[in-house]
Design a protein around this ligand. Structure first.
Ligand code: AMP
Length: 115
């Protein structure tokens, strides 16, 4: 069986998604199983499996994701009271889709530490 990546399929348009933002480096869409009133997934267009696999050449796109997460939260979603950005890495980190991504969560108050 061919090993396809669901996020690569979404980025290519072969699988539909509720797009929030798109540029040459990244793609952002609403999570299909939201954990808060606002739950956006932000992914680099380059396939990287986990944060544990990144290299120095990924610095630009990973930094760009932080800036765009802030822009989406403030300008597009009006999350004026704050928000949370999380990236789960590997089995212990709770990662289920092995294409690096950041969850942008908002619309409620989050607890710390996470479960
Ligand atoms: P993680 O568990 O940190 O790897 O996050 C993967 C996230 O991707 C989960 O929150 C899923 O709900 C979400 N997800 C998986 N497939 C889709 C999809 N087709 N469209 C939108 N979100 C998805």
């Amino acid at each position: 069986m061919l090993n396809t990546c669901i996020f690569c399929e979404i980025i290519s348009g072969r699988v539909s998604s509720d797009k929030v933002f798109d540029d040459d480096m990244l793609y952002a869409f609403r999570d299909v199983n939201p954990q808060s009133p606002v739950h956006i997934v932000i992914v680099p267009k380059k396939h990287i499996s986990t944060l544990g696999e990144v290299c120095e050449s990924d610095e630009v796109v990973l930094g760009h994701i932080q800036v765009i997460a802030s822009k989406i939260a403030k300008e597009f979603l009006s999350l004026k009271n704050g928000f949370r950005v999380v990236s789960n890495c590997g089995y212990d980190g709770g990662q289920t889709v092995y294409h690096v991504h950041y969850h942008l969560l908002g619309g409620r108050v989050f607890k710390w530490p996470p479960g």
